[in-house]
Design a protein around this ligand. Structure first.
Ligand code: GDP
Length: 708
């Protein structure tokens, strides 16, 4: 087992927890993070999000919007407090930031990739909201063990049991309630730790309020026993030895149960449930104990998977400080004090400040200037960092998000981070010449930090286009450009990112022959194209046999094909979901060249697409609207008028929740529209769902550029 050293700490790898808090916006992620930083002693004062004064949100407009996007990883320390905890010594908790808003879903994906365990914060009144569902599924995909914290137990309408039912029904999770609420709404006072049969009561609401250990209140004794029995049963079901004991009438000991629950959580069999009120400073300390007790250390998770560079050969990096260095760069951040920070999750080996490391993704060697541990409000320079740790490196020049950094003698490319393509774009135009220069730098920096943000220039109009995941995403970026980089610019209306594809199979020939004096040009090929499933992208098949075209020209043909795919034949949008097969052709001993085959490839593709019933695709969003009953009719009518399809409606408390699929093109400024339609009482949430063919009349408008 390795030892993690920093200038002032020495902790073995099994004492590390790399966790992220995952939540629907407004569930209380920021407030909970802040309380965690407070209790772990690294935050001097509890900032209140409502007053726009928080430790983790230091970017101005995030404070205004109350969204957390930055601070990739914060290091804190925690020693479990409640007697009977599985571990009683100090642990290092690295809190990895995850964004609350789904427009930043790439950020969620990237953080899930590098954390070992998650805490899902739910609103005890709202229950499981749709974004929580999305993030839950993402966490499933990355196999992240997690705990749930049912927050806002103090809020009017808070209902623990309903939230629990929601977790079962909507998330399909098997729960293990470890902290059961005492009271609800304004009578919420604390929690019962079911295994220990111990009540923790917080007398006051104030920051840093201490709890007292008390007997279980008489009026809830029966329900507590019933819940405890359920808990025991669900834990024992995951462990044969315990189950045998349990069935024979003998109750396993609390440490036995906790060990089994830890194993079951790490194996995604159970999700421990905590509850409390972050705002009122209740229930957070037991949650922190839970993070240490039940979430995995870097040693408990499977080795990181990857391949050898330039090959398909698979390899892994086990969490071993003695192994070769390997880590994943998961976030690039511009820091006002030290310049560019590259956040790296180290999977194996160690990295020293001042050393050289190899970026296997880009085949470049980089020098590690300094290594930093980021705390809530200070940073600590450390001489080296080891497997299991998350550090910020200063001094890397060419490394981008998702790149693998490793030992040059033992190169590996770890599984990268997949990002969704932008669905919306807008034109920006600098106001002055000085702005133009600043804008170039600003956009480059912002794109470096955020891989879902793309900058393109439109050659025809000379305009700069920025593309992202939604209106809010672009708004935040434009805001940052204006504030942080002081760029003055005019911003156009958001444009939807359409795509094109084909409706059927087709074949075509491409022939590029010039033979007028001197050396000529000769390129000739036959392509067959087939529609692929939605989202499958592009597939290249070379089935040339017998040398109809010499091998050295084939990459040139594919290059021509790829270039032609960038501009579809209907309205110039990128072509997707298409298989291209090269099956025949011919060549000329003297005149054939790469350029001639490239042109032939482009020509063949274009003709084939024209013959293959091309169509335009548009992004369709899943829209969820929460509205008071009285506005239901108006809201649904409006959705229908937007080519939307209502999937269902549900009752939640005294409001209705409408789920619908609506084309993104119809949703411009939807938040504002909904607000004015419902006197500000409805709220909405949307996320990219899929691409779908656009109806004919709309396609005509798109072709004639009458949209937006
Ligand atoms: P985030 O969007 O998930 O980061 O959520 P915030 O931490 O910003 O909280 C959203 C809102 O809920 C803010 O107005 C908080 O004050 C409030 N809030 C957070 N935790 C609690 C809680 O435990 N009880 C109540 N009643 N409100 C809370």
């Amino acid at each position: 087992m390795g030892t993690v050293k920093t200038s002032h700490r020495e902790l073995p790898m099994d004492k590390i927890r790399n966790i992220g808090i995952i939540a629907h916006i407004d569930a209380g992620k920021t407030t909970t993070s802040e309380r965690i930083l407070f209790y772990t002693g690294k935050s001097y004062k509890i900032g209140d999000i409502d007053e726009g004064n928080t430790q983790m949100d230091w970017m101005e407009q995030e404070k205004e919007r109350g969204i957390t996007i930055v601070s990739a990883a914060t290091t804190t320390f925690w020693t479990p407090q409640i007697p009977g905890s599985l571990f009683t010594d100090e642990h290092r908790i690295n809190l990895i930031d995850t964004p609350g808003h789904v427009d930043f879903t790439a950020e969620v994906e990237r953080s899930l990739r590098v954390l070992d365990g998650g805490v899902t914060v739910l609103d005890g009144e709202e229950g499981v909201q749709s974004q929580s569902e999305t993030v839950w599924r993402q966490a499933d995909k990355y196999k992240v063990p997690r705990l749930c914290f049912v927050n806002k137990m103090d809020k009017l309408g808070a209902n623990f049991q309903h939230t629990l039912d929601d977790i079962h029904e909507k998330l399909g999770a098997k729960t293990a309630v470890v902290a059961y609420p005492i009271g609800a709404e304004n009578t919420f006072r604390g929690v019962v730790l079911l295994l220990e049969r111990k009540a923790l009561i917080w007398a006051g609401d104030e920051t840093g309020a201490k709890y007292t250990e008390e007997d279980i209140p008489a009026d809830i004794k029966d329900e507590v026993e019933a819940e405890r029995a359920k808990l025991l049963e669900s834990i024992c079901e995951t462990d044969d030895t315990l189950l045998e004991k349990y069935l024979s009438g003998e109750e396993p000991t609390v440490p036995e149960l906790k060990k089994a629950l830890r194993a079951a959580t790490i194996a995604y069999k159970l999700v421990p449930i905590y509850c409390g009120s972050s705002l009122r400073n209740k229930g957070v300390q037991p949650l922190l104990d839970g993070v240490v007790d039940y979430l995995p250390s870097p040693m408990d998770v499977p080795p990181a998977e990857g391949t050898l560079p330039d090959s398909e050969e698979k390899t892994t990096r086990a969490p071993d400080v003695k192994g070769p260095f390997a880590g994943l760069a998961f976030k690039i951040q511009a820091d006002p004090h030290v310049g560019k920070l590259t956040y790296v999750r180290i999977y194996s080996g160690r990295v020293d400040s001042g050393s050289y490391i190899y970026n296997a993704t880009r085949d470049v060697t980089e020098r590690v200037g300094r290594l930093l541990l980021m705390h809530a409000n200070d940073r600590e320079e450390i001489p080296f960092a080891e497997a299991g740790e998350i550090v910020a490196i200063v001094g890397l020049k060419d490394t981008k998000t998702g790149d693998t950094l490793c030992d040059k003698d033992h190169p590996v490319v770890l599984e990268g981070i997949s990002f969704t393509e932008p669905v919306i774009s807008l034109a920006i135009e600098p106001k002055t010449k000085a702005d133009q220069e600043k804008m170039g730098i600003a956009l480059q920096r912002l794109a470096e930090e955020d891989p879902t943000f793309k900058v393109k220039s439109n050659h025809e109009t000379g305009q700069t286009l920025i593309a992202g995941m939604g209106e809010l995403h672009l708004e935040v970026l434009v805001d940052r450009m204006k504030r942080e980089f002081k760029v003055d610019a005019n911003v156009g209306n958001p444009q939807v990112a359409y795509k094109e594809t084909i409706g059927k199979e087709a074949e075509a020939e491409g022939k590029y022959i010039r033979q007028s004096g001197g050396r000529g040009q000769y390129g000739h090929c036959f392509l067959r194209i087939k529609p692929l499933g939605r989202g499958e992208g592009y597939k290249w098949v070379n089935s040339i046999v017998g040398g109809a075209i010499p091998r050295e020209f084939i990459p040139a043909i594919e290059k021509g094909v790829k270039e032609a795919l960038e501009n579809g034949v209907i309205a110039g949008y990128p072509l997707v979901d298409i298989e291209v097969e090269l099956y025949d052709g011919s060549y000329h001993e003297v005149d054939s060249s790469e350029i001639a085959f490239k042109i032939a490839g482009s020509m063949a593709l274009q003709s084939a697409v024209k013959a293959a019933a091309p169509i335009i695709l548009e992004p369709v969003m899943k829209l969820e609207i929460t509205t008071p009953e009285e506005f239901m009719g108006d809201v649904i009518g409006d959705v229908s008028s937007k080519r939307g399809q209502v999937l269902g409606t549900a009752q939640r408390g005294n409001v209705r929740v409408i789920t619908a699929m609506v084309p993104l093109a119809e949703l411009s400024r939807y938040v504002t529209i909904l607000r004015s339609m419902t006197q500000g009482r409805a709220s909405s949430y949307m996320e990219m769902s899929h691409y779908e063919p656009v109806p004919g009349n709309i396609a005509d408008k798109i072709i004639n550029k009458e949209t937006n």
